[in-house]
Design a protein around this ligand. Sequence first.
Ligand SMILES: CC(C)(COP(=O)(O)OP(=O)(O)OC[C@H]1O[C@@H](n2cnc3c(N)ncnc32)[C@H](O)[C@@H]1OP(=O)(O)O)[C@@H](O)C(=O)NCCC(=O)NCCS
Length: 143
Amino acid sequence: MLDIAEIADADIEAVVDLWARAGLTRPWNDPRDDIAFARSSGHGTVLVGREEGAIVAGVMVGHDGHRGAVYYVGVAPDTAGRGHGRAIMAAAEAWLKARGVWKLNLLVRAGNEKVIGFYETLGFNVQDRIAMEKWLDESRRPK
Ligand SMILES: CC(C)(COP(=O)(O)OP(=O)(O)OC[C@H]1O[C@@H](n2cnc3c(N)ncnc32)[C@H](O)[C@@H]1OP(=O)(O)O)[C@@H](O)C(=O)NCCC(=O)NCCS
């Protein structure tokens, strides 16, 4: 049974470590910046799941005034397959529904298609869309 709550300052390093172990971080992208930005936005947060005091699941959740989004969905590898992923996603969905958001989108990186089955089990379906991007701050573009 996961104990799920919004991230506190003291949780940040444990969450960053969890996401690294789950294979979610990239060298050019400091998750501490992402956590700080989400928390300061007023419409986003990070939810952490604890088991016996240890952080074993995490998700960044928020909305842009139109749709909900989740990022950094991750479970400690040594606790995978025990329902923590389902539980942390249910908490993210509840967080969004409590704020009136009625649709949740997420992106799966190319090369990580194995998680599609996980999301489908949770009721997601694959959309026929093309994701596009533009860096508004060129100094942040990965070299
Ligand atoms: C993906 C991840 C979050 C899943 O977490 P988890 O705790 O292992 O998943 P759960 O045990 O909660 O599984 C929930 C359900 O999905 C099912 N499921 C899990 N992976 C599946 C897969 N690849 N295909 C089909 N079903 C799958 C489980 O059987 C379970 O079904 P049930 O509740 O009906 O029994 C976890 O493996 C992880 O952290 N992966 C690395 C990080 C990552 O890739 N995150 C996604 C980025 S888009």
